[in-house]
Design a protein. Sequence first.
Lengths: 65, 215
Amino acid sequence: MMRVACLLALIALAILILTAVHLDGASATMFSFIGIPALAAALVLYVIQRWRVGAFRRTPRSSTS
Amino acid sequence: MNSAPVGPLFVSPPVAAAVDWARVLPVLVALPAVAILVWGMVRGRLPPYMGVAVLVLTLASYGFGMLMVMEESKDIRFCGSCHVMTPIVESLRATDGESLAAIHYTRGLVPTSQACYTCHSGYGIWGTFDAKKAGTMHMLRNLTGSYTFPLELHGTFDIASCLGCHAGAASFRAVAAHQDHDVQEALLSHTMACTGACHPAAHPEAALTGGGAAS
């Protein structure tokens, strides 16, 4: 899952760099309709992966007092 | 008419920054994120601190990228880069006075580098927002081919775009038709348009049907 998230984020960043180098209708269309959804999907996968390993679980803290 | 500037005095906009930070900044922020993501792909995992770093860098680069696209998509070269719009942008340079847009463009009545945006966006932050929303829909329609010729304006043209410049002009106020109360009411209620009855069409018919520009 992490590899897929990284791949999607890399696709999103490649489109961003392409758009910055050569901005026209085609690159802006890719930025809006491929780049942003790919970035959102990567974020969702990353959050799910972190949730599955228990990153968002509350752990009781040991108290010394 | 040759649109190429023949000297630095005719370049618009006149002052160009040495470094185009709007384009450089998203790339500068994206490059370390790419390095971390490649490392993550090879290893199949990312330590939490690296995950946070790549999250911040990627979101920041996309934030800067969105600002870049928002700003630089105001340029008429961007508008004309889609085939369907190319004849309309080319028709702006016609000097025969056939279209209102060409009259404004060739006489320098609108900023020549942002001519489309100047007339097709309203005032204030919501004007910009509506223009960008409409532009995104244009891209989607262009991508899916869901448009028909002749191209038509969606809804009514916002006359505030005209009045923003003309309302205070003495020459505009001096015209008898503009002083007529009924005409004013009709224009403001969108039952009458500036073009058609009194002024030439905004764009030539040939350009709206995907044909070449009038010379």
